[in-house]
Design a protein around this ligand. Sequence first.
Ligand SMILES: N[C@@H]1[C@@H](O)[C@H](O)[C@@H](COP(=O)(O)O)O[C@@H]1O
Length: 261
Amino acid sequence: MEVVIVPDATAGGALIAEGIADLLWRKPDALLGVATGSTPLPIYEALIAKVRAGSVDASRARVAQLDEYVGLPAGHPESYRSTVLRQVVEPLGLAADAFMGPDGSAEDVQAACVAYDQALADAGGVDLQILGIGTDGHIGFNEPCSSLASRTRIKTLTEQTRVDNARFFDNDIEQVPHHVITQGIGTILEARHLVLLATGEGKADAVAATVEGPVAALVPASALQLHPHATVVVDEAAASKLKLADYFRHTYANKPSWQGI
Ligand SMILES: N[C@@H]1[C@@H](O)[C@H](O)[C@@H](COP(=O)(O)O)O[C@@H]1O
């Protein structure tokens, strides 16, 4: 696992967008796994700016959702499908068929989960998966004690996650669904490169447990320790509880420039 400490969220977004640009250069039809929430926005903004400036050609890129609420009406503005379309797919100028996600309004949710895992495999697998992290250490919507081998499936949100996400629903927790579909941790680990961005002091405990704690289902993001190519990008505040922060800084400062993230 590589840990990169950046001054702020903007720098983190720029660094990861550069990594995506390198990937699209090597593989123009790369499948990008995208997370929602506030944290990845600087990544999308930096990538969209590169595309608009003509320095990156994302016209053949494909995008895959990480997770989805269950039971929101189709087209709800806070469904993750609507969010990813608005924040990533449309600004990048991608066609709707370049985008895939689990069907949160399916009658048979379990079948929709199995179908999504299959669709990811049929698409050749995710090349680079962007991840945020919940304050409780969740990735996607894999709440604490999710199996580290889990596949895409339905999950029940913790009260903490519903409180955290209420800001997207008029600060009304009653509007936040209880159930979600999420790529499983086993599914996420199949992506070729995992890139987790965490910013702000509120994520410092979760980051320390993820990076320096034991691999444990209690901290789902700690599964990144099992992946051969995982990059954790954190700002100074999110890095503030890392014991090895100086080592991570030294390592990154001395990294060969050709290596990228
Ligand atoms: N399902 C999403 C996660 O993918 C995201 O990482 C997390 C943190 O969101 P934020 O970046 O807004 O803190 O929120 C939700 O639970």
